[in-house]
Design a protein around this ligand. Structure first.
Ligand SMILES: Nc1nc2c(ncn2[C@@H]2O[C@H](COP(=O)(O)OP(=O)(O)O)[C@@H](O)[C@H]2O)c(=O)[nH]1
Ligand SMILES: [Mg+2]
Length: 386
């Protein structure tokens, strides 16, 4: 039978956990196609939550406890718990579940249904029809949660997922295995673990579903996650967004191309002092080609880096491809010139910039040339490794 572990991180939840465990086990009786157990991850709570759990363990054989020596935050608690659940308890999926009765436990079967339908990650969602946040939340907390989620959607330009910060989730082992290595090295604070886990799962193409639930405010104990996390959350999503842009191949290609153009211009000055224009121009172009070749190899296509023995022949190919793009630029310019009768386009780039139609053809030529370059680089020179 398929196995699910409900992971409950606790910090000073003694009273809550004593009430929750029996109710949870009771609710498992209604689920017959999954075998469920519970794992509490306690950070040696000062209120001795772990002692209460140890006592309950005598009664419930499917209750497990991971005890951390000191408080290391929610993210670390979940990573430890997931490692234990998947590798020691051989779970197929795990739940993230709060100890404070905020998460409607009657929804657990709906999460499992989604998993059975083929989803990899199921989010409990407060912001889809059927979900909700407590009426008695203060305006601050409402605004923080609603606005926070909206900002995340905008920054990640993903409006399909509505609840990014919620802590009620069901996660398949495959998702954990592929996301976990990247999470180990990160430091999380408050909600950033949830956001980080989710964005990584999405970027790896896992199927995400949302199940609505009405979040219930805790009646016992205190919340550990408060307003002080707003800043960290904002900084975190900016960082993630920036990393995605910086790691985008097209972006890197464009930067390398821009650097190449600057290399060409600045070395042209130098070569001009030594050689006639044609020779100087050729040398300057070749300097740019060398720069482009090196940086594309080290950065843009770092995942497909060439072997040393490949470099000479690939460099010749690279020159031919770059030559091809110059031919394309000239041809676009020529066609433009032929059609409207402009002066030769690429001989007078400075004047061109001031002439509208000329500009259009120059930009069109450069863009088409860039398309060609990117195509040639990614399909011939830095071919995808099988
Ligand atoms: N093990 C562990 N559990 C934590 C930590 N911080 C929060 N929790 C637990 O995580 C769950 C959610 O925290 P809570 O304070 O209710 O956050 P809120 O619902 O956003 O206000 C609760 O079960 C907490 O006891 C931590 O540092 N370590
Ligand atoms: Mg809570």
């Amino acid at each position: 039978m398929k196995k699910a572990t409900v992971i409950i991180p606790t910090y000073n939840e003694r009273e809550n956990i004593q009430k929750l465990i029996p109710v949870l086990f009771d609710s498992f009786k209604k689920i017959d196609d999954w075998k469920l157990n519970i794992l509490v991850v306690d950070d040696t709570s000062p209120d001795k939550t772990y002692q209460a759990v140890k006592k309950l363990k005598q009664k419930y054989k499917d209750l497990h406890l991971v005890l951390n020596k000191k408080k290391a935050g929610l993210g670390k608690a979940y990573l430890k718990g997931m490692d234990y659940a998947f590798n020691k308890l051989s779970a197929d999926v795990v739940f993230e579940f709060d100890a404070d009765f905020s998460h409607d436990l009657s929804k657990i079967p709906l999460f499992l249904d989604k998993i059975d339908q083929g989803y990899d990650l199921v989010l409990g969602s407060r912001y889809i029809p059927g979900g909700g946040i407590p009426n008695n939340w203060g305006l601050h907390r409402k605004l923080f949660s609603v606005l926070g989620n909206f900002i995340i959607m905008v920054v990640f330009s993903n409006f399909k997922i509505r609840d990014w910060t919620g802590g009620y989730r069901c996660i398949k082992k495959e998702v954990y295995n592929s996301v976990e290595p990247e999470l180990q090295s990160e430091r999380f604070s408050g909600y950033t673990f949830q956001i980080g886990f989710l964005t990584k799962a999405i970027s790896k193409g896992y199927k995400v579903a949302e199940v609505p639930f009405k979040f219930v405010d805790r009646t016992i104990g205190e919340s550990k996650l408060g307003a002080e996390y707003i800043k960290n959350t904002l900084l975190y999503i900016m960082k993630v967004r920036l990393q995605t842009i910086l790691s985008n191949r097209i972006f890197k290609f464009a930067v390398v191309g821009g650097v190449g153009a600057m290399v060409q211009l600045s070395t042209l000055f130098f070569w001009r002092k030594l050689f006639p224009f044609q020779v100087a121009f050729f040398l300057a172009v070749e300097c740019a080609v060398v720069s482009n070749f090196i940086w594309n190899n080290l950065w843009t296509f770092s995942d497909r880096k060439l072997k040393t023995i490949q470099i000479p022949s690939k460099f010749i190919q690279f020159n031919i491809a770059s030559g091809g793009s110059i031919v394309i630029q000239q041809m676009v310019a020529l066609v433009g010139e032929f059609a409207i009768g402009l002066f030769p386009l690429f001989t007078l780039p400075v004047i061109l910039l001031t002439v509208d139609t000329g500009m259009t053809y120059a930009v069109a030529g450069i863009l088409i040339g860039m398309f060609w370059n990117f195509f040639a680089y990614s399909t011939f020179i830095w071919r995808k490794k099988k």
